[in-house]
Design a protein around this ligand. Sequence first.
Ligand SMILES: Nc1ncnc2c1ncn2[C@@H]1O[C@H](COP(=O)(O)OP(=O)(O)O)[C@@H](O)[C@H]1O
Ligand SMILES: CC(=O)N[C@@H](CCC(=O)OP(=O)(O)O)C(=O)O
Length: 267
Amino acid sequence: MTANTLNIIKIGGNVIDNSENLYHFLKDFKDLDGYKILVHGGGKIATQVSESLGIEARMIDGRRITDVETLRVVTMVYGGLVNKNIVAQLQRFGTNAIGLTGADGNLIKARKRPVKTIDYGFVGDLFDGSINSTGIASLLQAGFTPVFSALTHDGEGQLLNTNADTIASALAVAMSGLFETTLIYCFEKKGVLMDVNDDESVIREIDPARYEDLKIQQIIHSGMLPKLDNAFTAIACGVKAVVIGRSDDLGNIRENKPFGTRLSKNT
Ligand SMILES: Nc1ncnc2c1ncn2[C@@H]1O[C@H](COP(=O)(O)OP(=O)(O)O)[C@@H](O)[C@H]1O
Ligand SMILES: CC(=O)N[C@@H](CCC(=O)OP(=O)(O)O)C(=O)O
């Protein structure tokens, strides 16, 4: 572990939604060496809150249709409830977390997704140059641990809802110019599995050729597809390693025990 090591870790809704899992994860997160950044989603909670307010939650290809009402909900849920709860818990553990949307410090800009056949509403797509890597590096070097929610902005006053897996991947690519960067996706399963119902069937390593095979066999499907697409993009663009594993097992990384599925370039 060098002084220039950065771990970017993404946690999804299933981890955030369970206070015991979240507590355990944050305890292991605070013990990781080197610089670190946390990126969180919270899609599951946004759906629950939307529905409790009588606003129908609509997803297409894993992306939320974000009309004005839904943007209000996700701003409150991701930027408020989830982000500030995580920050407060990290502070309790002595980690000087700072909770952010992409608008804070102009750290992540996005463009509203153009309307083609589907109007996604206030959904933001990232582009080359979206990430203000020097601004983020200043926070890290000042001793802060950034905690990013799934919100970005367009620079014209508009907040946008951006998938958290995509934010984590883009952050990892941009930061890998400045740090030796590892991207870790944490979710509720032990890794990419041969049998989605058998946590002992972890595939320890996947390269792009194996990924194609696993897709054809439909061993990998649904939410895992965009996650792995983002992950392979990160590997191809200079990120040192991408690992996908269970949030509860994050401590294994420090203890040099097996952790999840590691992605590699074509061998
Ligand atoms: N081969 C596989 N191994 C593990 N999970 C898989 C696999 N194929 C599909 N999945 C699904 O992908 C989901 C993870 O994607 P997603 O729900 O988007 O994650 P997140 O919790 O990070 O938002 C898992 O809950 C699982 O149902
Ligand atoms: C545009 C879009 O779909 N944004 C996501 C952002 C949250 C997210 O990514 O949450 P998980 O990681 O928990 O799924 C959404 O609103 O669901």
